[in-house]
Design a protein around this ligand. Structure first.
Ligand code: CP3
Length: 331
């Protein structure tokens, strides 16, 4: 069932992952992350683990936004304690990459896993497929690693914008293909993580953030995809109002730096929001967490809202804190 048809949906970004002991146990059986990420049985199990543990309404397929550069043949690895590391290539070389059939075969395991998860998952729960926003994926491809600033990538906006847009166009095509396959195999809801939207200067929003994402949405519509599309433009603060006006998503995911009370007051009432619980507060728990959840419930009382964290759960988040968020919202 897609997320819009669930009455009061609740899930967490990075719900399948290191805060779960059963995930750590399963993960320890494979040496590296990509091996795990492309193993059908691991994907099925990791996707379903949070559903088995928590009373949540959505499963998000276990994958990563950086499988796109991997499939394009840019050597990609995940270093323990450091994060992703991608082969250093010039922007021109990046624009000339093409899908490698050998790597595409790995991705077939993800699609097979989606079919299996859909069969195993209760019909009343949503299955979310996802990809990274073109700009965010380009940040990792150009920079080679994630340092939070992506200086090399942001400089390209000024220095080599034409080539950058060519790369974004390539990523649009790849993202459409990947999202479409996830949809065909059983994902009823799709999400685009534009995690590094906040790095783009406002005057470049149209070319770098808005047009590429709108192209993805338009192409999916032309392919007959009816799944609602969730978009997370992380870190754009008050510019989110303008962004929402220009981008044709169905649901806007609100990060935890945005004051949702302010946003609701300043936004048209028919826009569906998701978020925006602070993962740091979920991590801390206690009275502060209780207050935060109650504040969110109060602010979203009169509208359709998808209850979710404003970004990924932190690795050391206690299980009982996640449970208490669900408990308060459900009751
Ligand atoms: O439960 C879920 O949300 C599903 C799985 C999921 C992963 N990555 C698995 C993963 C999702 C939705 C993602 C999205 C993702 N990946 C984003 C967008 C969301 C965000 O956090 O802003 C980004 C930017 C990435 C890139 C990425 N992948 C980084 C920076 C890292 C290393 C640091 C980290 O966050 O763990 C990864 C590795 C990764 N992706 C892990 C997992 C469970 C940890 C690796 C491991 O288990 O060894």
């Amino acid at each position: 069932m897609n997320i819009l048809n669930i009455e009061k949906p609740i899930w967490f970004m990075r719900q399948a992952g290191r805060h779960l002991p059963e995930y750590r146990e399963l993960r320890s059986k494979k040496k590296n992350f990509l091996e795990f990420c492309f193993d059908k049985n691991s994907i099925v199990e990791a996707t379903l683990q949070p559903i088995k543990r928590y009373k949540i309404d959505c499963a998000i397929i276990f994958c990563d936004i950086l499988i796109v550069p991997y499939v394009l043949g840019q050597s990609t690895s995940f270093i323990k304690g450091e994060g992703p590391l991608l082969e250093s290539l010039s922007l021109e070389d990046l624009t000339n990459l093409n899908t490698l059939p050998q790597k595409e075969k790995d991705l077939q395991n993800t699609y097979k896993a989606i079919k299996e998860v859909r069969e195993k998952l209760n019909k009343n729960k949503s299955l979310i497929g996802f990809c990274g926003g073109p700009w965010t994926v380009a940040c990792y491809m150009i920079n080679g690693k994630g340092d939070g600033k992506f200086k090399v990538a942001t400089e390209k906006i000024k220095q080599e914008k034409t080539l950058l847009i060519q790369l974004l166009d390539k990523l649009v095509e790849q993202s459409v293909e990947h999202l479409y396959q996830q949809y065909v195999c059983g994902c009823d809801t799709l999400m685009i993580f534009e995690s590094w939207a906040g790095l783009v200067p406002y005057q470049e929003y149209k070319d770098i953030l808005i047009d590429p994402v709108n192209k993805i949405i338009k192409k999916l519509q032309l392919l007959g995809v009816s799944a609602p599309i969730i978009l997370l433009p992380r870190g754009i603060n008050k510019k989110i109002i303008n962004y929402i006006e220009k981008v044709n998503m169905d649901i806007i995911s609100v990060d935890y730096n945005i004051d949702i009370e302010w946003l609701i007051k300043n936004l048209r009432t028919d826009m569906i929001l998701q978020g925006n619980l602070d993962p740091n507060i979920i991590n801390k728990g206690g009275k502060e967490l209780e207050n935060a959840v109650n504040r969110l419930l109060k602010n979203t009382r009169d509208r359709k809202h998808i209850y979710c964290s404003g970004h990924g759960l932190l690795p050391n988040t206690p299980i009982k804190n996640v449970e208490s968020v669900i408990e308060i919202i459900k009751n």
